[in-house]
Design a protein around this ligand. Sequence first.
Ligand SMILES: C[S@@+](CC[C@H](N)C(=O)[O-])C[C@H]1O[C@@H](n2cnc3c(N)ncnc32)[C@H](O)[C@@H]1O
Length: 303
Amino acid sequence: MYRDGCDIYHLPSRAEYSTSIDSEQVLACVDSGRPLPMARLEMSPRCDYNRRMEIYDQYAQVYDDSGQIAFSLKMVPYLDELLQLHQPPGRSMLDLACGTGTVACSFAVQGWETYAIDRSSGMLSEARAKALQTGQDIAFSQQDMRDFALPRPVDLITCLYDSLNYLLSPDELRKTFCCIHNTLTPGGVFIGDTNTQITLEEIWGNNTFFVESPDVAVVLRSSFEKLTGISGVDIIGFVRQPDGRYARFQEHHLETAQDKDEIRRLLEGAGLVVEAVYECFTLKPVNPKTRRILWVARKPEKP
Ligand SMILES: C[S@@+](CC[C@H](N)C(=O)[O-])C[C@H]1O[C@@H](n2cnc3c(N)ncnc32)[C@H](O)[C@@H]1O
């Protein structure tokens, strides 16, 4: 059955459901190399622009509940620490690729004039609902980070949780960094993180991850293609509907990890000065085993 872009399945009740597809069963298959108890998915790590446009629109509804919110909850106090060390000139900010808006809301709560941009309408509607619920006034807009603008420049721009890894070529990063430069006030600060190739190749590799909560089950199947350096992740979710049936969705995400020297060159090429490069969630320098890099860059006071 097809409804609102989702396949609707008659799955057993929750108790039976957890024994029919549960994490142990999936992990046993992964350990033994047997196929998962579901149809094999077609995976192509090659870039398909139309499919990329659709990502996060359905995943959005379960993004927070499937555990992804944990990253932002860990990031918020870390950002406080970073902003003590790398102070912006004022209290206006943009969260670029804001997702479900957790970080943007945390700034708005502290009295920052807050803007938030994402390309996915699904993510933006979750973010808008979160802002409404917490009574925060945030200026949301649906834009592509490779070509965005705000009505006025801001003192801080954040771009967090792999968002930059979704840009698959140096040219896409270059365009994004130029927009960031154009949107910062003089002396304004950019903070962003990037997964390194170690994460894509060794941690994600060719693996299956399974997340299960009372109303949601999500399978993430990653496949790393060494030749292109691109990691393709199929995300298959089952979301319990009010009538007890489960709606199935599937998205195909692509990420890559540019070399850190290349990212530095692109930031500097856009006119930003790299102020610090940390192992994410610490104030330690990066090392060859670093999985996620945290970048702090500043727009010079004078051009
Ligand atoms: C892993 S999520 C991170 C969301 C949020 N920053 C967080 O910390 O939870 C990646 C986000 O990047 C957004 N995104 C990916 N490519 C984009 C693009 N070209 N322009 C704007 N947003 C984009 C996705 O829609 C998604 O919300």
